[in-house]
Ligand binder design. Structure first.
Ligand SMILES: [Zn+2]
Length: 231
């Protein structure tokens, strides 16, 4: 999700509480017909994602300000990492910050956590385009080696089967886009490898001085499922 500046982080977060949420509850990883009622914010059912056979380490913010997710120290360029256990979504991007709910994020497998981080970071590169942020995250995942074909399925599953809304593509459309981006990123990587020009992948910092999130999309509707992908 992204959100426009509304006068400080506290305001950003409190505004966010009123926003829609379209991320699947990990308690229902494969609900074929998406039977979660609109308005449900319940994430406390206790069930865990199937992938959590070995429980991943909880995400933490380190002293230097980076986030430790799946053994990786993550920063999104010059933006500030914030953990907020009261955030009603998995994450959001706002001018100067990326914010995550550690409790909700910890319910998902490592790959989904990494994807959420990079999706929000992606908003600092591509602006409010949700599919663009997804694609940016996929590209990082392929280049950094944490996203493969199997884990792509986990990410897709985490989208749930929600229908399209005014502000969001349907889960199926996001998955289709995800797959296209993955194929493109894999092909690009293979080409680079063939040329022997592969460089150590790392997230490009956002353009300094040219924030793309000063103007975010407006709220269209509210109340679905916990999500980082709200706006
Ligand atoms: Zn988003």
């Amino acid at each position: 999700m992204i959100i426009k500046r509304v006068g400080g982080l506290a305001a950003v977060i409190s505004l966010c509480a009123a926003l829609d949420v379209v991320w699947a509850d990990p308690a229902q990883p494969t609900a074929a017909n998406g039977s979660v009622a609109a308005g449900s914010n319940d994430t406390s059912s206790g069930a865990r994602p199937r992938e959590n056979i070995t429980k991943p380490q909880n995400i933490t913010k380190q002293r230097d300000g980076s986030l430790l997710i799946a053994g990786r120290s993550l920063r999104c360029g010059g933006t500030r990492n914030v953990l907020d256990p009261h955030l009603p979504n998995l994450g959001l991007a706002a001018p100067g910050v990326v914010v995550f709910n550690p409790r909700q994020l910890n319910r998902w497998p490592d790959t989904v956590r990494l994807f959420v981080f990079h999706h929000e970071c992606g908003h600092h590169h591509v602006g409010g385009d949700e599919l663009g942020a997804d694609c940016w995250a996929v590209k990082q995942g392929v280049r950094q080696g944490w996203l493969g074909r199997d884990s792509l399925t986990q990410v897709c599953r985490s989208f749930g089967n929600g229908p399209a809304t005014d502000s969001h593509p349907a889960g199926a459309a996001r998955c289709a886009s995800l797959n296209r981006c993955f194929a493109t990123a894999m092909a690009a990587l293979a080409k680079e490898k063939a040329r022997g020009t592969t460089t150590e992948a790392k997230a490009e910092p956002p353009d300094t001085g040219a924030p793309k999130l000063l103007q975010g999309p407006t709220l269209k509707r509210s109340g679905m499922r916990p999500s980082f992908d709200v706006k």
